[in-house]
Design a protein around this ligand. Structure first.
Ligand code: ADP
Length: 290
């Protein structure tokens, strides 16, 4: 199973070039699309979901040209937009039953089985008879996943699903994605590095409509081994390292003293303490070097 995106570009009528030549090869499993706000993540996802047409480039799912045959692709697609919209005062199971009818599941028995299955998969058993309008943010997101699973999609696209969720809801939501992401392609966007670290086998960092890196989170941190340091020296004191040391982030220690975190390839002095690389370091370094 493979989704191939080649040289896709998209400029909106207002002149914003949201996608500027993106190419990605995406295999089965969880794929994280990581980038700051405005990077072009939603634009790319809407384009893959065939909700908007690119100006140039191609997108193929296995041998299917999805831009030429979007009806066929949509049969195999589940898309959860950033804002899922209106939540009627209906129970989760009656709404799912209704969506299942719309999706063509005409046998009552098949429908019941499928509704039970997606409720189980998204861990909504206890809330199945409650109105969706009363759900918390995390439950609404899981309900969104439940409805898109009804037609057993092979490609699932979820736009910034963890935005606004509290830590417990976020963790429950990521567990649901984890359980559905093994056989399918699941692409989800986020600006949270932790989401990707916890979940994804592969990821791309995008900014200003371009791919800055496509790498597995594991490989990303491995390649920074021995190159990440912490120092209490101020930025002005890195004389001689200028141009080769990159500041990635900082923190404040127990004495409220600033500790800078740097990428530096070379022989460090005693003022530099080696630390284990984190995916966040790779993210900041990639954005910084672009
Ligand atoms: P992200 O999802 O990474 O935050 P978006 O794809 O939403 O990024 O936005 C990328 C850029 O395109 C931004 O500058 C945004 O303002 C612009 N943009 C997004 N959608 C539209 C649109 N429908 N019309 C015009 N500009 C848009």
């Amino acid at each position: 199973m493979k989704l191939s995106i080649k040289n896709v570009t998209k400029t909106y009528p207002n002149g914003v070039k949201a996608i500027n030549g993106i190419s990605l090869e995406i295999q089965a499993g969880m794929f994280g699309l990581l980038g700051p706000n405005g990077a072009g993540k939603s634009s790319l996802m809407r384009t893959i979901a065939t909700l908007q047409f690119p100006d140039s480039g191609s997108i193929e799912f296995n041998d299917l040209d999805i831009l030429a045959d979007k009806t066929e692709f949509r049969r195999q697609l589940g898309y959860l937009p950033q804002d899922f919209g209106v939540y009627p005062k209906e129970s989760a199971e009656s709404l799912l039953n209704y969506f299942a009818i719309l999706k063509g599941l005409s046998s009552r028995k098949d429908r019941q089985m499928m509704v039970d299955r997606v409720i189980d998969l998204t861990n909504l058993q206890d809330a199945r008879r409650n109105r969706v309008s009363t759900f918390s943010g995390g439950m609404k997101q899981r309900f969104g996943i439940a409805q898109l699973l009804l037609n057993e999609p092979k490609v699932i696209i979820v736009d910034e699903p963890t935005a606004g969720l509290d830590p417990a809801e976020r963790s429950r939501f990521l567990n649901v994605l984890r359980s559905i992401g093994t056989d399918n392609i699941v692409i989800f966007s986020t600006h949270l590095v932790e989401d990707v670290r916890e979940l994804c086998r592969d990821m791309a960092i995008i900014n200003k409509g371009t791919v800055l890196a496509q790498v597995s989170p594991k490989h990303a941190t491995e390649q920074l081994q021995g190159k990440i340091w912490e120092t209490r020296l101020g930025e002005s004191q890195w004389s001689g390292l200028e141009g080769i040391a990159t500041k990635l982030s900082d923190r404040y220690d127990d004495d409220n003293e600033q500790v800078n975190r740097l990428h530096f390839e070379g022989q460090a002095t005693d003022d530099f303490v080696p630390v284990s690389p984190k995916l966040e370091d790779f993210y900041f370094l990639t954005l910084n070097q672009a």
